[in-house]
Write a protein that binds this ligand. Structure first.
Ligand code: NCD
Length: 314
């Protein structure tokens, strides 16, 4: 494995291998002294052109706990703010002989493009509305930890599918692991082309969240309403969105009545009161903080296999 650009590049065996390594890394995370020598002498650059709390800090922590030298560059703090092109910026970084570029960018396809310009390994940490493969891995890790094997498990992804890279990568990885995936969104937030993807990959589509909740799925993943990516009115008012597609207190009750073991995920950052109520975010079945915790372990596993795992040539 040289780059991690898309969830679609990962076979079931790749995902299994990464999650198994993540489980070992999770053990390290529980130690008092969290330091492995594994990536000593390796340099990882986090190049983030979009804001991030979880993803950026967890990549940085992951690198540091494996003794890599990690450096953060943000779009605002880099020379792109002086007009330097993305190509010149990444080629400049590459000329410093870094080993890995972890990149977040507002343009879909940016990570793929950068991978062609540099010698370093590239990890896609979110490219526009396209993909976010490490998020899908950490979600799979979190769900497996709680539910066991995901084969045949019913997972529901709800919300702003059009603007969500988290949904795209999750739908791919969950199907790779054999989960039964249902997508719920208002018709205005169903991405174009979704029907043919759904037919090819066996995804279920609906705009009736209550009907899906009543069937008692194993997991419900709420997606953030990505207002910064919306140019027009995708729904009449926030209130109407919540009534139709939010995990409200009432829907949470319906979910727990239908399946007392159902779990709730959200990639963060949450819009409390819009797509998820405080009751749901803080419910016993909420895995929101488990997802964050798994994020470090999964990113350690990804960096390990890209930078230290000679045995996993691909
Ligand atoms: C997501 C992202 O930026 O793609 N956040 C994250 O990485 N945990 C989801 C979002 O912004 O809604």
């Amino acid at each position: 494995m040289r780059h991690l650009l898309s969830s679609a590049d990962l076979t079931r065996d790749d995902v299994r291998m990464l999650l198994a390594t993540a489980a070992e890394m999770h053990e390290v995370q529980r130690r008092d002294v969290k330091k492995l020598p594994t990536l000593r002498g390796r340099t990882v650059i986090n190049l983030f052109f979009e804001d991030s709390t979880r993803t950026r800090s967890s990549f940085e922590i992951a690198g540091k706990w494996m003794s890599a030298d990690t450096i953060n560059i943000t779009g605002k703090g880099s020379s792109t703010s002086k007009g330097e092109s993305l190509r010149d910026t990444v080629r400049t970084i590459d000329a410093m002989a870094v080993d890995c570029v972890v990149m977040r960018h507002m343009a879909s396809g940016a990570a793929h493009q950068v991978a062609q310009w540099v010698d370093a390994s590239v990890v896609n940490a979110g490219d526009g509305t396209h993909e976010h493969p490490t998020q899908a891995l950490l979600d799979a890790y979190t769900l497996e930890h709680r539910l066991g094997d995901l084969e045949g498990r019913r997972v529901v992804l709800v919300g702003d599918l059009t603007h969500s890279r988290v949904f795209r990568s999750n739908a791919i990885t969950l199907r790779t692991l054999g989960a039964d995936v249902t997508l719920v969104a208002p018709p205005t937030l169903m991405p174009s082309g979704i029907r043919s993807w759904a037919e090819t990959d066996g995804l279920h589509l609906t705009d009736d969240l209550d009907a899906v909740v009543a069937t008692g799925p194993d997991a419900v993943m709420m997606l953030r309403v990505q207002r910064e990516r919306m140019s027009g009115g995708f729904f009449p008012t926030p209130r109407e969105y919540t009534v139709g597609f939010g995990l409200t207190r009432e829907r949470l009750r319906a979910l727990t009545d239908a399946n007392g073991d159902a779990v709730i995920c959200h990639p963060g950052p949450m819009n409390r009161g819009l797509e998820i109520s405080a009751d749901a975010a803080d419910a016993a079945g909420s895995l929101v903080l488990d997802q964050v915790s798994a994020g470090v372990a999964v990113r350690m596993a990804v960096l390990y296999h890209l930078l230290a795992g000679e045995e996993v040539a691909a």
